[in-house]
Design a protein around this ligand. Structure first.
Ligand code: SF4
Length: 316
C-alpha cells in the first residue's frame, strides 16, 4: 500500500471542501472496497478524508411518507430497520444477500452505491483494463467474461455493477442527496446516478468531483409483494450472477430491476407494461439489445427463468 495522509471531517460540507482542495484525495467510510483497492494499488489516494464521524447514520421518516437513509447507515442496520423490513422488504432482502455479516456491519449506504466492479481484470494490474487505466484495452472482451455484462455494454468495457442494495433502490425509485464544497445540494434519481461504460468506463457516476452523498430517500412505500432473488455460484458471500428486485401488485402490474447484467442497476420501465402478460413478455422487453459473449450467453435464459420464479414466488 502507498503511504497517504489522513484527516477527519466534521461536517458533510467540510468533507466536500476538503476533497476539493486536496489533490488525489478520497472519502473513506466503511472502507470495505477502498482498502482492498489500495492494497492492490488500484486506487492510490494521497489523502483520505474520514467521514465516519459525521452522524448521517439514522433512518428518518420524510414528510411525504417515505424515509431518508443517512449515507453512513451501515448495511446491517438498514436491513434490520423495522420500517425497512415492513415497508421496503425488497431492500432488506437485497442487503442481507450481499457480502458477509462482517462486511455488512462496516459497509455504508453511500459506499455500497459507489463500490467498484469486481471484474477480475480490473483487479489484475498485469492485464489491460480501460476502467483502471483508460486507453489500455479490455482484457475481458475475448477473455474470461462469464460474470460480466450483457446489457448496455460498449467496445471498451463489459463490467457489471456489483451492488445488490442499489438494484433494490432502483426498483424503489430512490433519490440520492448530495452536497458540494460550496454548499450546493442536489437530489439525483438513482436511475441517473450510475453511468454506462461507453467510451469512458473509468467514469462510473454522474457525481461531480468532490460531491458528497449525504442521504438516500425512498418515496412512500410501494406496497405489493416485494421479492429479491439472487442467483450466484455459492449460497453466501458471492456477487450476483444475476439478480431481480421486484414489486408485484395484486392487479398484475409490477416493477423490476436487475443486477449482474450491466454497468448499473438495470431497469426498463417500458417493459413493465408487459407485467400483466407474465414473466416471458417482460423478459423479452428487458433483454432487447442484449450483447452477451460466448461465456455469459447463459445469462439470457437465466434472466427468463429467474423472472418466472419471481412471478411464482409473488403468487404463492
Ligand atoms: Fe476493465 Fe471493464 Fe474490461 Fe473489466 S470489462 S477489463 S473493468 S475495461
Amino acid at each position: 500500500m502507498k503511504s497517504f495522509t489522513y484527516e477527519r471531517a466534521d461536517s458533510p460540507r467540510a468533507a466536500a471542501a476538503a476533497i476539493a482542495r486536496t489533490p488525489n484525495a478520497k472519502f473513506i467510510a466503511g472502507g470495505t472496497n477502498l482498502l482492498d483497492l489500495m492494497k492492490l494499488q488500484i486506487e492510490t489516494p494521497a489523502h483520505l478524508i474520514d467521514v465516519n464521524h459525521l452522524g448521517l447514520d439514522t433512518v428518518e421518516k420524510t414528510r411525504d411518507g417515505g424515509i431518508r437513509i443517512g449515507a453512513l447507515v451501515r448495511n446491517t442496520d438498514l436491513a434490520a430497520h423495522k420500517t425497512v423490513r415492513r415497508d421496503y422488504a425488497v431492500l432488506s432482502r437485497a442487503l442481507v444477500s450481499g457480502a458477509s455479516g462482517q462486511l455488512r456491519n462496516k459497509a455504508t449506504t453511500a459506499g455500497n452505491l459507489l463500490q467498484r466492479t469486481r471484474c477480475p481484470y480490473f483487479y489484475d494490474t498485469t492485464k489491460p483494463c480501460n476502467k483502471r487505466q483508460p486507453g489500455s484495452g479490455c482484457a475481458a472482451i475475448g477473455g474470461y467474461s462469464r460474470g460480466l455484462a450483457i446489457l448496455g455494454v460498449s467496445d471498451q468495457c463489459i463490467a457489471t455493477h456489483p451492488s445488490d442494495m442499489a438494484v433494490a433502490m432502483r426498483v424503489l425509485d430512490a433519490v440520492v442527496e448530495t452536497v458540494a464544497s460550496d454548499g450546493t445540494t442536489r437530489a439525483i434519481p438513482i436511475a441517473d446516478l450510475h453511468t454506462l461504460p461507453g467510451a469512458t468506463p473509468h467514469i462510473e457516476t454522474t457525481l461531480k468531483p468532490g460531491e458528497f452523498i449525504t442521504a438516500v430517500t425512498l418515496p412512500r412505500p410501494a406496497g405489493g409483494t416485494q421479492v429479491y432473488r439472487k442467483v450466484r455460484d455459492r449460497a453466501s458471500y458471492a456477487f450476483a450472477t444475476i439478480s431481480v428486485a421486484a414489486v408485484l401488485q395484486p392487479d398484475g402490474t409490477g416493477r423490476f430491476a436487475f443486477g449482474g447484467l450491466a454497468h448499473k442497476p438495470w431497469r426498463v420501465e417500458s417493459a413493465e407494461a408487459q407485467a400483466p402478460q407474465g414473466a416471458g413478455p417482460v423478459a423479452d422487453a428487458v433483454l432487447a439489445g442484449a450483447r452477451p459473449t460466448a461465456q455469459n450467453a447463459y445469462k439470457v435464459p437465466l434472466v427468463r427463468r429467474t423472472l418466472a420464479a419471481v412471478f411464482s414466488e409473488a403468487k404463492a
